[in-house]
Design a protein around this ligand. Sequence first.
Ligand code: FE2
Length: 237
Amino acid sequence: MTNNIVEIHSHILPGIDDGAKDVETSLKMIERLKNQGCDTIVLTPHYYSDSISLDDFLTRRDIAFQKLAEALPEGSPRLIPAAEVYISKYLFTNENLSRLCIGSSNYVLIEHPFSSTFSEASYDRLMNLYCEYKIRPILAHIERYRALMEDESRLDAFIEMGCLAQVNISSFADSPRSVRKKLFKYLESGRIHLVGSDCHNIDSRPPSFEEGFAEIRKKSGEEAIKILQSNARLLVK
Ligand SMILES: [Fe+2]
């Protein structure tokens, strides 16, 4: 078992997105994380900035959080409300984005469209996020984007700008061989900063770190896990 896991990407808040459908499911997901050695969970419900206002999203998140907090057994992992923010031009109509950040950090988990080519326009948009809001993006599940997986110089440009790269832990165990090969190359060259489960439920997309960590341990060694975990710990300090 890996101790002191920090989950930084989860859809555990009940009834707010395509994640946990009710409090009972949320509690099962939390318990499963706790049993794997997780002591801190960042809650990252989808915030589709092109289809709901920030105020409405935050109100819905507060209600879901309250519901969950009331049902949470003693000794549960610490919960930190944040978001997985779908990037769009509408995000920039808001004055203050600080409640989307992870804890007291200035990092926000950012999701791109599946088809994103991480073009110059995407680069400029993320750069604006820093210039206008002092927010640093965490690129969610980089393994989903061909543009980043097939062109490491493109990923490097975003990292040099100040972005962090997150990978879903299960991808180290169950993605196609060519993707896994690239992920380990990226991990060993320091291009992957964070892992999370991106759990949505308890069966098809469960909160499960063990298989992914086992693969990393086998191929890259325990030290690689330690670095990932200490990066995550810094975010939630
Ligand atoms: Fe997600």
